[in-house]
Design a protein around this ligand. Structure first.
Ligand SMILES: Nc1nc2c(c(=O)[nH]1)N(C=O)[C@@H](CNc1ccc(C(=O)N[C@@H](CCC(=O)O)C(=O)O)cc1)CN2
Ligand SMILES: Nc1ncnc2c1ncn2[C@@H]1O[C@H](COP(=O)(O)OP(=O)(O)OP(=O)(O)O)[C@@H](O)[C@H]1O
Length: 185
């Protein structure tokens, strides 16, 4: 690995650690409460209002809580969720909580059923992240799942996070894909 790349990885590692520490200061209930106003802003975004097919994510404990939001919007829009397959993400349509199974590796619930192949029909993607910056750069959990996925998709990309996750600057490498918008509170 080049020295530059090593520095970037090291800095990302430091930020992941720092964010983990900050998030520990909030209870799950507090994070759920903060999530409500973040998602309210998202609902006011023209790109979200107009979107017919949206890719969301089924949140895990330290993320902006999306479960109720997904259940609510699945009645009005086609909601796609990611499924972990080795190093890549498959896309599947959300068809209710009862139609989910624990995914491989991380145990995040994922829809059962066929893979959604019409990627070009996705209008908006909500992207989770560990930190974002004012230039709309994003860093994730370090497995590059979203970097690989977003490479091939033309949907409007919205990063979503708590306000303490927006930094002046996050380190990026050539693979990292910028967001079109960041929604936070
Ligand atoms: N809710 C949600 N779903 C998602 C993602 C995500 O970030 N959030 N992903 C986005 O890529 C993909 C799954 N990737 C993941 C990568 C790491 C971890 C995780 O828990 N990592 C631990 C470290 C454990 C380890 O290294 O194995 C951590 O971050 O503390 C979870 C999901 C697809 N689905
Ligand atoms: N499209 C890609 N193809 C191959 N390798 C990649 C790609 N994107 C990133 N990588 C490599 O994978 C490693 C992790 O990437 P990075 O730290 O950017 O992930 P991340 O954005 O934090 O994670 P994620 O996208 O899963 O949330 C880095 O070494 C990076 O160079």
């Amino acid at each position: 690995m080049s020295e530059l790349k090593q520095n970037i990885e090291q800095e990302k590692g430091r930020i992941r650690k720092e964010m983990r520490a900050i998030k520990q200061n909030y209870s799950f209930e507090q994070k759920k409460e903060l999530s409500l106003s973040i998602l309210k802003s998202l609902e006011q975004l023209p790109e979200f209002i107009q979107a017919k097919t949206v890719m969301l994510y089924w949140s895990i404990k330290d993320e902006v809580h999306t479960h109720d939001f997904i259940c609510k919007w699945a009645k009005e829009k086609r909601v796609i969720l990611p499924c972990v397959i080795g190093e890549t993400l498959d896309l599947k349509v959300f068809e209710g909580i009862d139609n989910m199974v624990k995914g491989e590796n991380y145990g995040i619930p994922e829809p059962k059923g066929p893979v959604f192949m019409k990627e070009d029909e996705i209008d908006l993607i909500l992207v989770p992240g560990i930190a974002f910056d004012s230039e709309k750069n994003r860093m994730g959990r370090g497995k590059a799942y979203y970097d690989r996925l977003l490479q091939s998709l033309s949907a409007f990309k919205v990063g979503i996070c708590f306000d303490f996750q927006v930094l002046d600057h996050v380190p990026i490498d050539e693979h990292d894909i910028k967001m079109d918008e960041i929604v936070f509170h």
